[in-house]
Unconditional design. Structure first.
Length: 204
């Protein structure tokens, strides 16, 4: 009789033991990864169809975030800036490139002034034009402005570049929707090849 009672009790004990193991596993998972929620720390890359060519246009896009706050941010700060350019000099007789000069600055006014100087300075054009007035052109340039943003409980960075926008940090669905709505109002970004539902994380 006692043997039958022990057999009846063994099934509930096994079931309770399994539940305890599952509970311990869940507690361990939460301690290691944190409590799951809708926010996910990740990075998105959104390429443009066309390179932004005018610095005035680029500055205007930054202003919609930094000055006009079209994203409804509780805080926004420009935390990093790098602007580079390479200007090529071409021999007016052979049409071959004789020299390239590179400029890198951390602010837009210096960038504009430097580019204007490289393109128009007569002494430089004479020096690199085989004794004549060289033809000059901008052959390469990268622009990068990082804006550190807070929206609700989301903290993230928007990196605006000439050919793409990169989002990194905590981005909830509502923040992604707000960014997509803002992006659709910017002609240079509206034609970019990714919509919000098609954005893919660069890093899982």
């Amino acid at each position: 009789m006692k043997e039958k009672t022990d057999q009846k009790n063994i099934v509930p004990r096994i079931f309770i033991g399994i539940l305890i193991l599952i509970l311990i596993s869940l507690i361990g998972y939460v301690l290691v990864t944190g409590v799951p929620d809708e926010e996910k720390s990740t990075t998105y890359e959104i390429p443009y169809n066309r390179l932004i060519r005018e610095m005035e246009t680029y500055v205007g896009i930054i202003d919609t975030i930094h000055k006009e706050n079209q994203l409804g941010l509780s805080s926004v700060k420009i935390t990093d800036r790098v602007y580079t350019v390479e200007v090529g000099y071409f021999d007016p007789k052979t049409c071959e490139m004789t020299e390239t000069l590179r400029v890198e600055t951390d602010n837009i006014p210096d960038y504009i002034q430097s580019v204007d100087h490289l393109l128009t300075d007569e002494e430089l054009r004479k020096m690199y034009g085989n004794g004549g007035l060289a033809e000059t052109t901008t052959i390469f340039g990268t622009w990068m402005t990082n804006l550190t943003c807070t929206r609700g409980s989301d903290q993230f960075v928007i990196s605006l570049q000439r050919d793409k926008m990169v989002l990194s940090g905590e981005l909830s669905p509502s923040t992604l929707r707000a960014i997509n709505t803002w992006k659709e109002k910017i002609p240079e970004l509206t034609d970019s090849s990714y919509k919000i539902l098609m954005w893919e994380p660069m890093y899982e």
